[in-house]
Design a binder for this molecule. Sequence first.
Ligand code: KG4
Ligand code: ZN
Length: 359
Amino acid sequence: MTLILGIESSCDETAASIVRNGNEVLSNIVASQDDLHVAFGGVVPEIASRAHLERILPVITQTLEKADVPLDALDAIAVGNRPGLIGSLLVGVASAKTLAWMLDKPLISVDHVLAHLWAPNLNDAHDVNDLNDVHDATISYPALGLVVSGGHTSLLLLQDANTAICLGKTIDDAAGEAFDKASSILGLGWPGGARIDTAASKGNPIHQLPRPKTKGTRPDFSFSGLKTALLYGVRGNPTRKDGQTVFPRDASSLSEQDVFDWASSFQEAAVDSIMNGVRHALGDNQVRCIIAGGGVLANTLLRKQLVATAEGCNIPIHLPDFNYCVDNAAMIAGLGYHLYESGHRDQLDITASPKGIAS
Ligand code: KG4
Ligand code: ZN
């Protein structure tokens, strides 16, 4: 039996988790900072790192208590050290190094984006046959990995859980960021992904919005044109007055049904853009399955379309359970387990990096 403590602090979630043998999650504590950033409509890096400092020790203590695991029973400490906001990452990295040094346990650094693709292994992953069916995901490689979150939108070709090349990524906004901005344009608030999802379920995709294509032959993504098209569609074409951009109307002039229809139109366009990239990558590469992860995987339409595409290609798809889509430390501990078993060890001089496998 191998027990790994995972620590995650790459953006605005302070998280710690204990995972047994890479897939049994004994505890998974996530302290969200949404309330601290909501007034700014996005994550403020300086506020995020200060909040991590306040929360990291209580979160680690709570995860140990919940799992009922004493510190000396741990086999290793895994930490997400890349990519992410540097001030935020450093808090998790410093905590992990301190614990590893104090307990004389191995320290393992993990790429956050690859860790999102470990998430389907945790507890109750879902398979292509039944979205509600609980099963033990056995992932075969090579695999196509899709990570769509607030900070990342990447397609990866994986040879194993920790060996990958980046096939494509966003050239501007991340998919989750686009959902968040769309929600704010429609006056639905932040964070926006789940709000757009709910609003879209009550609307119809009656508005034509672009599915931006990137230049070149890679399956890259672009969401900024879609976001601007939504802004102009909702608020009208702007003019310049006294050096200011002035819109003819704002979202408050929309009826509730108008908001639902715009949300639905945006969601269709955003999901189509993601799926175009996935189909492109599947056309170029022979893979044995699709693995997907990241906060945007909580999106109902995207999950359905990914499942349908995998079915069409006759390959399995591995999707995380909803609570492992968003940032969490169980995925860090899980991939940490894979690295631990492969003999990987890091030294106490590791540091944090804003760049990872897909950036
Ligand atoms: O993976 P995550 O916690 O953050 C990063 O690693 O960056 O993902 C958070 C993102 C947010 O942008 C949020 O709006 C989006 O995931 N999200 C969704 C849904 N639920 C969360 N996007 C679309 N539909 C959803 N249901
Ligand atoms: Zn993430």
